[in-house]
Design a protein. Structure first.
Length: 270
């Protein structure tokens, strides 16, 4: 996703065209091959008609691909829901074998309920209804990484203030979110730690960040601020984030006391 001006839909169409042309077929021939009309094939390839799941499934079946185009349609459609500046990071997140996430303000996106995600995105009225819908969908789709066959090892550190921060004065929303947080924390590949109030000022309060360890053991970071959000991979930047992570983790409670704190906080919202 180096060129963010290319949409996910355009990537899929390029691959569909390639699947036809590499076999030396024109659109009419390919249409007969997959039991669609040549006009339909042309309309899809020019972008006049969106490729449906049935259409790409027919291509997968005819080409015996094992369902690769259906999976590509689902993955890229979800990617297009995400804001442009986040797409590059999502590709790293999806492939990571380990994720370390520090968040001082909100429940991290990978652990949000749909209701909490929608409420936080609507806060301030900065997004349109459609933008909010798309970003909620993207955020929910990203959570699939936690349930994949070989999920990443995820360690999350939250500031205790996250457990007390109300959203739209909706106590039920926060209680359900914290109960969900506690449930996810019980997964064997997920650890959640909380930095207690008595930690005072500590380095992490300058802003949230994520560190992703890739299959080749390289580390990529993601930082999120008021005016920009970016993926970082420079040695100096990664070293700084890793030192900050170590400092934050030292101030956090162990896994079990953190889980107990989350459960107790959930009860206060009843």
């Amino acid at each position: 996703m180096g060129n963010v001006s290319i949409t996910a839909a355009e990537i899929l169409l390029d691959e569909l065209r390639h699947a036809r042309t590499v076999r030396g077929m024109n659109q009419d021939e390919f249409g007969r091959f997959i039991s669609y009309s040549g006009t339909h094939v042309s309309a899809v390839e020019t972008g006049a008609r969106p490729p449906t799941s049935d259409y790409v499934a027919a291509i997968d079946k005819a080409l015996k691909t094992g369902g690769i185009f259906v999976r590509l349609l689902e993955r890229l459609a979800a990617l297009d829901m995400a804001p442009v500046w986040l797409r590059e990071w999502i590709t790293f997140e999806d492939q990571a074998k380990a994720l370390r996430w520090y968040e001082p303000a909100f429940v991290p996106g990978l652990l949000q309920t749909e209701t909490y995600a929608r409420a936080t995105l609507q806060a301030g009225g900065l997004l349109t209804v459609e933008q909010t819908r798309q970003r909620v969908r993207s955020r929910m789709d990203r959570q699939a990484v936690l349930n994949r066959e070989d999920p990443p090892h995820v360690v999350i550190v939250l500031d205790a203030a996250v457990l007390r921060r109300t959203v739209n004065d909706d106590r039920t929303l926060i209680r359900e979110q914290l109960e969900h947080l506690a449930a996810v924390a019980e997964l064997p590949h997920v650890q959640i730690h909380v930095v207690p109030d008595d930690a005072g000022l500590y380095p992490g309060l300058q802003g949230g960040f994520i560190l992703a360890t890739m299959p080749d053991d390289t580390v990529v970071g993601h930082t999120d601020y008021q005016v920009r959000s970016q993926t970082v991979s420079g040695a100096g930047e990664i070293a700084t984030l890793q030192k900050t992570w170590e400092a934050v983790l030292r101030d956090a409670l162990p896994r079990r006391p953190s889980l107990d704190l989350i459960k107790e906080a959930a009860k206060t919202w009843t």
